[in-house]
Ligand binder design. Structure first.
Ligand SMILES: [Fe+2]
Length: 496
C-alpha cells in the first residue's frame, strides 16, 4: 500500500499520483493562435514512497503535455510505464532502493544488471526522428505516444545504440538534424565507459565514439558545437563497494576537482581532450560554440553539491546549504598545452540552473539565455501563499550575453516558477523572437498555471495563462512543433 505519512514531500510538492486529461483548459487572456505544438514535460511522481527519505531521483517517471492549437490548450498527464513502475504496481509497494543502486533492491527484483529493469524515465523529454521519449541518464529512453502519452517501451535505435544508459539532455544539431547523445557508466554501474552516439534525423545511429572518463562522476548534461561535443562532469564519486554496502550511488567529494571533455565530431574516441579545474558542480548548460581552436561554453553552473539534500559528502560533513547557480563562460583552448580551463562569471547574481536558449541556435553563436531567479525585493503574500518568501523563483529573465542586459518577468506574489522554455514565433528565424513559457506553482490556490509571455518583452507581463485545476509539477520540458511528431487524435478535439 502507499503510505506517505513518513515522507517529507508535503504541501505543494505532495504526490498527486493520478493521470489526467483536461480538454479546453481554462485560460486567462488570449492564447496566441500561432502557437501550434506541444509543451511536453517530464518529472518524478511517487507511486509509492521512496525506501529512503533522502532518495529523490528514484521517483517514477511522469510525462505531461500542454497541446496548443487554434488558441486552445488541452492537457494530458500520464505515468511513464517503465518496468520499474509496473513491478512496483504489481507488488503494491516500493521494491527499489537507492537511485541507481541495483544491490539495494528488494530480492524479488531480478535481472538487476539490466538497466531497462530499473530506469525510471523521470527527468526530461525529447522529440527526435518522429518519436517522443521520456529520459533519464540511468537507463534507456522510453518511447511515448505523442497524443495519448501512453508508454510504448524502451528504445534502442534499431539495435544500434549499445550503451546501457542514455542521456538526460541530448542535443539536436539544428543544421543537420542529428541528435547527439551518450551513455556514461555505459557498460554497467561505476564503469568508466562513455559511449557517444550520433543519431540522424530519421532516427538511425550514424556514428559511435567510445571513450573513458578520468574518473566516474555524474554527467547530467552536455553541450554541442558544429565541431565538438562537450562533456562537463565531476565532483560526485561512486564505487561498486559503496553500492554493495547499500549506500547511495553518488557521494559528493568536496576535495575533488572537476573535468570537461571535448570530443571532435569528426574524430575518434581517443581524440577526446580532457580539461581540468577546481571543484564545480556541473548540471545544465546553455550552449557552446567553436571559435577557431577554442571551444566556448556558457552555463549556469554551481560551485558546490547541488543535490545536497539527496547526496551525502564523502567525509561525512553536513550535506550543505542551497547554493544556486551563477552564469559562467568557459574557454577550452585546444591549442594550449595546458589542460586547465578558464572561467568567467558573467553575472554575479544567483540564478536557477534550469537555463534554456532558443534551441534553433544550439551549436551556433547565440545572444540570449533564459532562466529564473529569486528577487527578494518583489512582494510575496505570506497570508495567501505561505512561507515561501525569499524561496520562490518569482522572475524569468532573458540574459543578453552581448549587451549584458536583463529583461525581467515577474510572475506574481503567491507563485514560484519552474523551468522555462522558448517557443519560436511562426515564420520568424530571428533569435529570441517568440514566446517564453513555463509552469508556475500557485501556492494560494494550490494549482499550477502555464505562463505565456513575449520573449522579447518580458517586462510587459504575460500574454495569457493556462490554468490547471490541480498541482502539476515537473522537472524539465521541451517545446515540440506540430510538424515534429505524428500528432493525430488530439487534433480532432481542437478544431475550429
Ligand atoms: Fe536536468
Amino acid at each position: 500500500m502507499a503510505d506517505f505519512s513518513a515522507q517529507n514531500r508535503r504541501g505543494f510538492n505532495a504526490p498527486t499520483r493520478f493521470e489526467a486529461t483536461v480538454y479546453d483548459c481554462e485560460t486567462v487572456g488570449q492564447v496566441p493562435t500561432d502557437i501550434a505544438g506541444a509543451f511536453v514535460r517530464v518529472g518524478g511522481e511517487y507511486l509509492y514512497p521512496s525506501k529512503y527519505k533522502d532518495d529523490g531521483p528514484s521517483s517514477d517517471g511522469y510525462i505531461s503535455s500542454f497541446r496548443f492549437k487554434n488558441g486552445r490548450v488541452n492537457y494530458v498527464g500520464k505515468w511513464v510505464k517503465t518496468t520499474h513502475f509496473k513491478n512496483n504496481l504489481a507488488a503494491h509497494r516500493q521494491l527499489y532502493g537507492y537511485y541507481r543502486n541495483p544491490w539495494d533492491d528488494d530480492p524479488s527484483v531480478t535481472d538487476v544488471a539490466n538497466p531497462q529493469k530499473r530506469g525510471v524515465a523521470n527527468t526530461a523529454p525529447i522529440a527526435h526522428g518522429g518519436k517522443l521519449f521520456a529520459l533519464k541518464e540511468d537507463g534507456p529512453p522510453f518511447e511515448v505516444h505523442p497524443d495519448t502519452l501512453e508508454t510504448i517501451g524502451p528504445w534502442d535505435f534499431h539495435g544500434k545504440y549499445k550503451s546501457q544508459t542514455f542521456t538526460a539532455h541530448p542535443k539536436i544539431d539544428p543544421v543537420s538534424g542529428e541528435m547527439i547523445c551518450y551513455g556514461y557508466e555505459a557498460t554497467g554501474p561505476a564503469s568508466k565507459d562513455l559511449w557517444v552516439y550520433s543519431v540522424d534525423k530519421k532516427g538511425h545511429v550514424s556514428h559511435e565514439w567510445r571513450a573513458t572518463v578520468p574518473y566516474v562522476s555524474m554527467m547530467h548534461d552536455m553541450a554541442l558545437t558544429q565541431k565538438h561535443i562537450i562533456f562537463p562532469s565531476g565532483g560526485y564519486v561512486t564505487s561498486i563497494e559503496q553500492m554493495k554496502a547499500h549506500k547511495n550511488h553518488w557521494f559528493w567529494d568536496p576535495h575533488k576537482g572537476s573535468y570537461i571533455g571535448v570530443l571532435p565530431r569528426d574524430g575518434d574516441g581517443k581524440d577526446m581532450r580532457w580539461f581540468f579545474g577546481p571543484k564545480r558542480c556541473f548540471m545544465h548548460t546553455f550552449n557552446a560554440r567553436t571559435e577557431g581552436n577554442k571551444v566556448i561554453l556558457e552555463a549556469p553552473f554551481f560551485d558546490d553539491n547541488f543535490l545536497f539534500s539527496m547526496l551525502p559528502t564523502t567525509d561525512g560533513s553536513a550535506y550543505g546549504k542551497m547554493d544556486r547557480a551563477k552564469i559562467r563562460r568557459y574557454v577550452l583552448d585546444l591549442d594550449s598545452k595546458s589542460d586547465q580551463w578558464s572561467e568567467e562569471i558573467l553575472w554575479p547574481m544567483q540564478v536557477s540552473d534550469l537555463g534554456r536558449i532558443d534551441t534553433r541556435y544550439i551549436t551556433l553563436p547565440n545572444r540570449y539565455g533564459f532562466t529564473g531567479y529569486i528577487d527578494p525585493e518583489k512582494p510575496f503574500d505570506e497570508k495567501r501563499g505561505g512561507n515561501m518568501r525569499g524561496r520562490a523563483t518569482n522572475i524569468y529573465a532573458r540574459f543578453d550575453f552581448r549587451d549584458r542586459k536583463l529583461d525581467n518577468y515577474f510572475v506574481g506574489d503567491v507563485h514560484s516558477l519552474g523551468e522555462c522554455c522558448f517557443v519560436p514565433r511562426r515564420g520568424s528565424t530571428e533569435e529570441g523572437d517568440g514566446y517564453l513559457i513555463g509552469v508556475a506553482s500557485n501556492f494560494a490556490e494550490m494549482r499550477s498555471e502555464l505562463i505565456i509571455a513575449d520573449a522579447r518583452n518580458l517586462a510587459a507581463g504575460d500574454i495569457a495563462r493556462v490554468l490547471l485545476p490541480f498541482r502539476a509539477g515537473a522537472l524539465h520540458g521541451v517545446w515540440v512543433e506540430e510538424k515534429e511528431l505524428p500528432f493525430g487524435a488530439v487534433n480532432q478535439t481542437m478544431k475550429g
